[in-house]
Design a protein around this ligand. Structure first.
Ligand code: SAM
Length: 223
């Protein structure tokens, strides 16, 4: 049972409460209006890049309202800790399956998927949880795709943000902003899918092919 005072429990409660207004952030509406400069163009471009990934059996970890899930190619299972988020996602993405669960303790067997995808989740994880999530993602799939927030003005930031919801409730949320090089280093290598003003995205296979062998990515020396 989670300690109700712990950061991770509070962040889960925050997103659960935020479910009905979460899409405002993607859309630049409500508390997030007006839409920031070039945000909508870059968002749509990012969604096209995600849609162009090779179709795979994919777990969308911390899928939220399914705003991004809708664009994932292949057989899709979305997971989120909040049943309110999952309810919105299931209405939106009819041909995917959704489960309520913990992305840090995935309720799936080893190798159940071909890809784990996570958008705007990784950057909310403090170090111990970040490592837990990476271990879980690598356990259930040979490929990991991370989408998150880009550095603003080239400055990497890890910070505690004070946030409010429409009902006036106040929350503290841990949030990171990434360069693609930091993200790729943390994933032990891979390739950049998107590098923009607002978003970064990287794809990291667990193994790379070298001749006839598959080598763990971190041990693979560049040619
Ligand atoms: C910023 S939202 C991202 C939602 C979606 N991936 C997107 O990009 O629109 C973060 C999501 O992580 C979920 N979340 C937080 N901790 C979680 C955990 N341990 N396991 C599963 N989901 C979690 C929240 O409920 C929320 O839906």
């Amino acid at each position: 049972m989670d300690d109700p005072r712990s950061y991770s429990t509070k962040v889960r409660a925050y997103y659960h409460r935020r479910a009905p207004e979460y899409d405002d952030w993607w859309l630049g509406e409500g508390l997030y209006a007006p839409v920031p400069d070039k945000w909508a163009d870059e968002r749509d471009h990012l969604l096209e890049e995600i849609a162009a990934l090779e179709p795979k059996r994919t777990l969308d970890a911390a899928c939220g309202t399914g705003f991004v899930t809708l664009h994932l190619p292949g057989e899709i299972i979305g997971l989120d800790q909040s049943d309110a988020m999952v309810a919105v996602a299931a209405k939106r993405v009819k041909d995917a399956r959704f489960v309520v669960g913990d992305a840090l303790d995935l309720p799936f067997e080893d190798g159940s998927f071909e890809r784990v995808f996570a958008s705007h989740f990784y950057g909310h994880l403090e170090e111990a949880d970040r490592l837990k999530f990476l271990a879980e993602a690598r356990r259930v799939a040979p490929e990991l795709v991370i989408v998150d927030s880009a550095t603003q003005g080239g400055v990497e930031r890890n910070e505690w943000q004070d946030r409010v919801l429409k009902d006036g409730s106040q929350w503290r949320v841990y949030k990171r902003f990434f360069s693609t090089s930091t993200l790729l280093a943390e994933l032990d290598g891979g390739e950049t899918i998107h590098s923009g003003r607002w978003f970064v995205a990287a794809r990291s296979p667990r193994y790379v092919r070298s001749g006839r062998d598959e080598i763990p990515l971190a041990r693979h020396a560049p040619a």
